[in-house]
Design a binder for this molecule. Structure first.
Ligand SMILES: Cc1cc2nc3c(=O)[nH]c(=O)nc-3n(C[C@H](O)[C@H](O)[C@H](O)COP(=O)(O)O)c2cc1C
Length: 344
């Protein structure tokens, strides 16, 4: 093993030990995309796959976990959305099937959810949007944190990964392992965050076009064609009608969403709808849209969630090659940091 590779292993040792993997790269859960095939492929390639539960029932989740366990003997995690109406049952399923890591996403989790998942033997990973939340999550039992910047695909916060990393890593990285997500497309960037104190990273967009990903060929083609500036947040037109920001490729559906909001708010102003009903109509606009794009391949009328690193997705590649490439780039960056004449 080269000295630069040894240096990389040392830099992300904490993350590797926490995940039980060769490399501290998490394949971020992506609803509809992160099912058994991609998750097993990421874990088999030495990374850490994370199953996306999304809106699955406890029964469906159990089937998906078992199917993934048949495809890999390596560790993988399960991502649960905290506002799922059957969250408690989903946590029990993870416990019964001895899932090693539960990732709680989509809002601040209740302390009771974290405690129960830990009682059942899982390590719990939570998303920290600010230093204050990071501290609170650690206090209520989170074993590790993900900080995810606005460059990411899917639901996003307002702050860039580079800023979150500077704000949060110095404050909490000595207490729990922190994984950085959002906009990471190359190994050089991974090294930067590790050197700032991260234990590892989480990537989503970069894995969508993995050969093992079941995303529809149209979905993959849209990724391969797109550049960073095509991956834009959803637009909100009125302060009184909040829209949860989601980063996705601009398409017919995202353009029509603006007209749709004007039309619904117009009906509200004419007294045809009350505020609550209007808000619900706006929220419902995207129902089923991710599935329509990922599974049915309708990339114009569906939601093509993608992060800004989509410009670095240039072809379909086996998952193992994507991970190898990231590791090679990271090793190359470390080698380049050595003074001339010193071979590492
Ligand atoms: C298509 C898509 C679907 C996603 N779905 C989820 C999800 O269901 N739950 C979640 O916690 N994060 C979800 N994410 C976020 C990823 O897990 C990951 O954190 C993010 O993609 C990392 O940033 P990157 O896209 O810049 O690599 C999704 C991302 C994408 C691109």
């Amino acid at each position: 093993m080269s000295a630069a590779r040894m240096k990389l292993d040392k830099l992300w040792r904490r993350g590797r030990e926490f995940l039980g993997t060769d490399v501290a790269i998490m394949g971020g859960a992506m609803s509809w995309v992160s099912e058994r095939h991609l998750v097993a492929a990421v874990s088999n390639a030495g990374g850490f796959g994370v199953l996306a539960c999304g809106s699955m029932s406890p029964e469906l989740l159990a089937g998906e976990i078992e199917a993934t366990q048949e495809m890999t003997a390596k560790p993988f995690g399960v991502n649960l959305i905290t506002m799922h109406p059957r969250l408690g049952e989903l946590i029990e399923v993870c416990g019964r099937l001895q899932v090693g890591h539960v990732v709680l996403a989509g809002g601040l989790p209740q302390a009771a959810s974290i405690t129960r998942a830990k009682e059942l033997g899982a390590k719990v990973v939570c998303f920290a949007p600010t230093v204050l939340f990071a501290r609170k999550l650690i206090r209520i039992g989170a074993d590790a944190l993900v900080i995810e910047g606005t460059e990411a695909g899917g639901h996003i916060g307002p702050v860039a990964t580079s800023v979150l990393a500077q704000e949060i890593l110095p404050e909490v990285a000595s207490h729990v392992p922190v994984f950085v997500a959002g906009g990471i497309g190359r190994g050089e960037a991974i090294v930067c965050y590790l050197e700032m104190g991260a234990a590892g990273v989480q990537l989503g967009t970069r894995f969508v076009c993995a050969t093992e990903s079941i995303a529809h060929p149209n979905f993959k083609q849209a990724f391969i064609r797109a550049s960073a500036r095509d991956a834009v947040p959803s637009v909100q037109i009125d302060l009184n009608f909040p829209v949860i920001p989601v980063r996705a490729l601009a398409n017919t559906a995202s353009r029509r969403f603006v007209d749709f909001q004007h039309e619904v708010i117009g009906r509200f102003r004419q007294g045809q709808l009350d505020q609550k009903a209007a808000q619900l109509e706006i929220e419902h606009y995207w129902a089923g849209a991710l599935r329509r794009a990922v599974i049915d391949g309708d990339v114009e009328n569906g939601s093509v969630m993608a992060g800004q690193s989509v410009g670095m997705v240039t072809r379909e590649q086996p998952t193992a090659d994507i991970i190898d490439e990231l590791v090679e780039q990271a090793v190359g960056a470390l080698r380049d940091r050595e003074p001339a004449g010193v071979t590492v």
